[in-house]
Design a binder for this molecule. Sequence first.
Ligand code: GUN
Ligand code: FE
Length: 458
Amino acid sequence: MTDIRDTVLLASGFHAPVAGEIDVLEDVLIDVDADGVIRSVVRPGDAEYDTLKTQAVDEGRLERLPEGSYLLPGFVDCHVHAPQYPQLGTALDVPLEVWLQKYTFPLEARYADIAFARRAYSLLVEDLIANGTTTALYFATVHQDATRVLVDTCLEKGQRALIGKVAMDNPDSCPDYYRDASSDEAIDGTRALIDYVRAHPDNKTRRVNPVVTPRFIPSCTDATLEGLGALAGECGCHVQTHCSESDWEHGYVLKRHGMTDTESLDRFGLLGRHTMLAHSNLLTSSDMEQIRVREAAVAHCPLSNAYFAGAVFPLRAALEKGLHVGLGTDISGGPSASMLENCRAAITVSRMLESGVDPERPANLRASGTSARVDFRIAFHIATVGGARALDLPVGQFAPGYRFDAVVVDTRAPQGSMRLWEEFDQGDGILQKIVFTASKANIADVWVDGMQVSTRRH
Ligand code: GUN
Ligand code: FE
């Protein structure tokens, strides 16, 4: 393939603008303008279909997907710790509060070394793009220079990204070797990063955005939380943090602030339309209501939650209440960088939440008592449109005005992990198989803003 700019793409594929529904796109024409914005999506049978197709052929700007290839919106990963990539798939033997001190802070501290940051971030961004992640919401580290390297890397490699310098200044919970030296340093450093991203000469279209990033309440002093809330309001930035993730963390905030994470973040001005709350497993029903009222969002991290949370986020209940929800890998709290694998995990853990898991209990006492299950349609929705809406970005679906951020799944890739059967697999059943069985080797092409950022075709 090639760039899909000023091009009409003839493709079949899937997107999920409505939660729980799959819109099957069959031989549609997607007209993309020179900036990578979708002008129109025209279906066979629409009045302008033949004219647009003929015209595109005449002008030499029609591209066709090969047989067996399907177009999907690119994945929107709503929670990634970029510096933790080197420990992906390791270090999950201890609880969160031990994991941070024993493994994670020492690793993140290494990003004081710019050469190391460059090497690690380069591999991460390339690998995520090749996995089909076209947008990522990143926690970086406390370091100003290394965080700038991550910004530069995303701009250079073409990934849409939202990036925060991590703010963590509380000497009671952060080690001397790895924290902001003061509240002023945490806040001024955040402001400096915002300025760097917005003024970056290669970021005229704002494909990379800055994020106010208090790590979580335990790692920040009240002065920092207050200052960052004011800064977020002033700059109109996104905000990201961890919220009510585990019993230890949830209990810590109840003890220190006498209220839940959600209530506390709200009073600091950190809960708004552009806030992403990672995990949020232990929300009360009034927390959920407050998140809905503020139009904030939750990043559901199903794999990570299996290791650190001791609970399953009630995804279905949250969606039914009208919360914005996206999907997150939580690299490296979750041991997979793949959004497809996290889709599967979201489905699997929802079934376990519904049925319960303790074989010692009889089935009726084992079950959670509510319908908690979600299917591939919901998982795919939150992995694409859900995350995009949560972040208020014009991506995640194929519609006029949206940016062309997309992946092609080659279901016939020889090194891939899936097989389609003409006599068995049809309609959205094909997407179901993609969600459950496709892997990186099946991701043939990836575009951001209509620009090709990865390909496996030769
Ligand atoms: N809470 C504070 N920091 C972290 C982190 O790096 N990962 C996870 N999963 N939770 C956190
Ligand atoms: Fe996290």
